[in-house]
Design a protein around this ligand. Structure first.
Ligand code: SF4
Ligand code: SF4
Length: 191
């Protein structure tokens, strides 16, 4: 993760252009360090960290019912107005969503819907390959949200071998049972 810090500049530093020399030193370090190229999407795929906010998913309970109680709080708090919830009452008298749509074309992945949800139902997962040429395909429904990938259980933050799917979906398929490597550690950064 990127870190920032404030450095106090003395008058000697101002006089000797210390900021300029420091910047030049950093530039030269990058010029002569090993070039790292992430070979995405043809050969590699990044597994996002747990804190990554990607494609939403809907949690279900042990009986297979969605956790959502159709309260519409997520739709109300969404700054992009991209969630549509239509509630109904099921045979057990529980309030559930009849319609739960999210327009990913409008979503800015802020996570406010996840924060506002009182039922721990809507979450932002690890999926980030949502590019498509069809605006309609970006409107995801309840069944898509239930089936959407969850957070990575292991290997988060690493890069694993993967290949681009041939079905035109624009997704990469990870190879099974492979260990990832920490791509970020390969980047030389100033301490
Ligand atoms: S992540 Fe933010 S913009 Fe996207 S649906 Fe949730 S509240 Fe709306
Ligand atoms: S996902 Fe959560 S906040 Fe949104 S309607 Fe369902 S219970 Fe309410």
């Amino acid at each position: 993760m990127a870190r920032t810090r404030q450095q106090k500049q003395s008058w000697i530093g101002w006089l000797l252009f210390s900021d300029l020399w420091r910047a030049l030193r950093l530039t030269l370090r990058y010029m002569f360090s090993r070039i790292i190229t992430h070979r995405y999407p043809d050969h590699e795929k990044w597994l996002p960290y747990h804190r990554h906010r990607g494609h939403h998913f809907m949690k279900t309970n042990d009986e297979g019912d969605v956790n959502c109680v159709g309260c519409e709080l997520c739709a109300k708090i969404c700054p992009c107005d991209c969630i549509t919830v239509v509630p109904y009452e099921d045979e057990k008298g529980n309030r559930r969503p009849k319609v739960f749509d999210i327009d990913l074309a409008r979503c800015l992945y802020c996570g406010l819907c996840e924060d506002a949800c009182p039922a721990d139902a809507i979450k932002l997962g690890q999926e980030y390959e949502v590019a498509t040429t069809s605006a309609e395909a970006l409107v995801v429904h309840l069944e898509d949200l239930i089936a959407a990938p969850r957070k990575a259980e292991e290997g988060a933050g690493t890069v694993i071998p993967a290949s681009l799917a041939k079905d035109g979906s624009g997704k990469t398929i990870a190879q099974a049972n492979v260990k990832g490597y920490d791509w970020w550690q390969l980047l030389k950064r100033q301490k």
